[in-house]
Design a protein around this ligand. Sequence first.
Ligand code: GDP
Ligand code: IMO
Ligand code: MG
Length: 436
Amino acid sequence: MPGIVVVGAQWGDEGKGKVTDLLAHRVDAVVRYQGGNNAGHTVVVKGEEYKLHLIPSGILYPHILCIIANGVVVNLEVLLKEMDDLSKRGIDVSTIRLSGNAHLIMPYHLILDSMAEYHLGKARIGTTHKGIGPAYADKASRVGLRVQDMLDWKIFELKLEQTLKFKNEILTRIYDQPPLDSQEIMDKYQGYAQRLKEYIVDTTVLINDLLDRNRKVIFEGAQGTMLDLDHGTYPFVTSSSPVSGGVCVGAGISPSRIDEVIGIVKAYTTRVGEGPFPTELTDETGKIMREVGREYGTTTGRERRCGWYDSLIVQYAAVLNGFTSLALTKLDVLSQFDQLKICVGYEHENKIYRQFPPHQTIIHKGRPLYETLPGWRKDISHVRNYAELSPEAKAYVARIEELAEVPVDIISVGPNRNQTIMVEGRFKSYISGLYA
Ligand code: GDP
Ligand code: IMO
Ligand code: MG
């Protein structure tokens, strides 16, 4: 059962990095299949914190191939810095592999991202300004530059000249910005290529070969289901497909290769950037969640908006992704509250919705309907066995399972690798051997 997908069920930052790292010690490869350095995945091992943006969260183990597949958009400067920073901390980065088919985030993509946001004004998406949208737009428009173009400078130069001519028109005439110089860009990218060429491979062949040999591969999603370009709260989404279906396109594997899909679910809900968020709390409760949960963006440092757990979106994510397990994270943060709320419906214009509604207006304007559960009000960050959780915490977990119709197989009670409860007896086969 080698193909395992780790995917965020909410609006990102659910703890995908922690769970991927946790499961990675018994796998052979971790693959990023979409997104770019808009992602910020935190792994904490023995109190040491690592913030990963492009490099898969398996990098802390020396035996794991860390593959950046074709579906990712890559900022090479960021990748090299991340590699250098990890190397300085004694981490071996020679296990990284980069797809020749991955698209490059170019300097103009960063400027165009910021300019588009600026001109949208109040209607802005609240992007990370990392050039993600413009890079994927160029990919779809078939004017993107790919990693493999750096292996043939004639092609790279030709494509760059063609694209830059048009981009400079936009930069100068529409956005009143200075034009970019193609020679400067060429020089920069030749330097990057010099350092990265040994890492560039056909990752599709590599991944399929690993799976053929029954090696375990984790496909690590970035962002979350509600930020999916097709299925999320459009236009307040990212420009790629984090859902499990995105793995097939973004890594070049067949759907039949996917055996397990782990939905990473925060015990409450957060969102960075603009867009609808039915259970958002702008009061003291939301503030406590932010402070205790340290809910500040890993990539941009922005405050994350916080709110109660929304079962409708997780239910929706379960259907879209085909979750076989849930990993419930940050349960420890809820120890702060006497009472906990779970959203079980939205009310809009005298109609009650028990499932994720078909029209976005309802998500924008709907009033969340809550169930109230008792809190446990004690520190659970040291708990390692399910049996030791208080009855109230167990009841909260059970309600989440019931509403999502997916078993919670992993519970996280702190950022450290070991602050984890592997729920015994309910593990899928590949998990059960991992932490014996
Ligand atoms: P990702 O983008 O899904 O990988 O999540 P982020 O790393 O952006 O955000 C999750 C944050 O919560 C990080 O700072 C983690 O170290 C932290 N974290 C993960 N799991 C837990 C947990 O169970 N409890 C607490 N208190 N923090 C956690
Ligand atoms: P991880 O992988 C949370 C959000 C941005 C913005 C929207 C579009 O750490 O969970 P983009 O720069 O992608 O065009 O921004 O998506 N966003 C994230 N929010 N976690 C992330 O990644 C995110 N990546 C993008 O805040 O609302
Ligand atoms: Mg994050």
